[in-house]
Design a protein around this ligand. Structure first.
Ligand code: URA
Length: 240
């Protein structure tokens, strides 16, 4: 994907975007052997970009799944002594950041990466990636409640609908939703006067956290990366 040259240089860790702009203005950056100008774009996967004659290299892109336990914030830096999910990535040498958030008490599938484009594709509402949650409530939903959740509830001025919901046991449900607003599952249930007692994210797209033990992480395979964006959602939950 083509991006502004100064962004590419900054992402490669050479210097800041501002400094990269200066280097471009001074004619010290080339794209495929041609001196670049400010405003030029390039594809870091295809074009040969040199700064002061030196070929720029990018850190390896990494994609990780973590089975997040309760008690960790999904940020790179915690406030007030909070534990962050970064503390769970023992042995990982490359810096990554979480793709979206799970609340401190929510558990389950959290993706982490150093690829900003990937993170954007997973999180941006335009792509409508579905997420599957297992939820324990403080009561049983009536048919009317389910209807409300499916037809949509106004949250922050926007109609939010769940895609499907399936009863899994006493007060237990499995739901699929593509809206990614902050605390969206809890806010939907609060809107119909329920409280979420436990929340676990099982899937993003068709990628499942599977049997990965709580608190553990591993790199995703190419196939798993594709599963995130796979359209076929037929083997997810049975719609109620
Ligand atoms: N919705 C919530 O309410 N909390 C989460 O952590 C994720 C989705």
């Amino acid at each position: 994907m083509k991006k502004r040259l100064q962004k590419i240089i900054a992402e490669a860790g050479i210097c800041s975007r501002r400094k990269a702009e200066e280097l471009i203005k001074k004619g010290e950056v080339t794209i495929n052997g041609k001196v670049a100008k400010l405003g030029d774009k390039a594809d870091p996967d295809k074009d040969e970009i040199r700064v002061k004659g030196k070929l720029i290299k990018f850190p390896e892109k990494v994609y990780i799944m973590l089975n997040k336990p309760s008690g960790y914030v999904s940020t790179t830096k915690g406030q007030f002594g909070q534990k962050t999910v970064m503390e769970l990535l023992k042995g990982l040498k490359i810096r990554v950041f979480p793709v979206g958030r799970l609340d401190v008490d929510t558990e389950g599938l959290l993706l982490l990466t150093n690829d900003g484009d990937f993170a954007n594709r997973v999180m941006h509402p335009r792509y409508g990636i579905k997420k599957t949650y297992f939820v324990v409530l403080n009561g049983e939903l009536s048919e009317k409640d389910v209807k409300k959740l499916k037809s949509g509830i106004i949250i922050d001025g926007k109609r939010v609908q769940i895609d499907s919901i399936e009863k899994k046991g006493k007060h237990k449900y499995r739901l699929v939703i593509h809206e990614g607003m902050k605390r969206i599952v809890k806010r939907l249930f609060e809107a119909i006067e329920f409280r979420v007692r436990y929340l676990y994210r099982d899937k993003i797209g068709n990628l499942s956290v599977g049997r990965l033990p709580k608190g553990k992480w591993r790199k995703l395979t190419e196939r798993e990366l594709m599963l995130i964006f796979s359209e076929d959602f037929s083997n997810s939950s049975k719609k109620s």
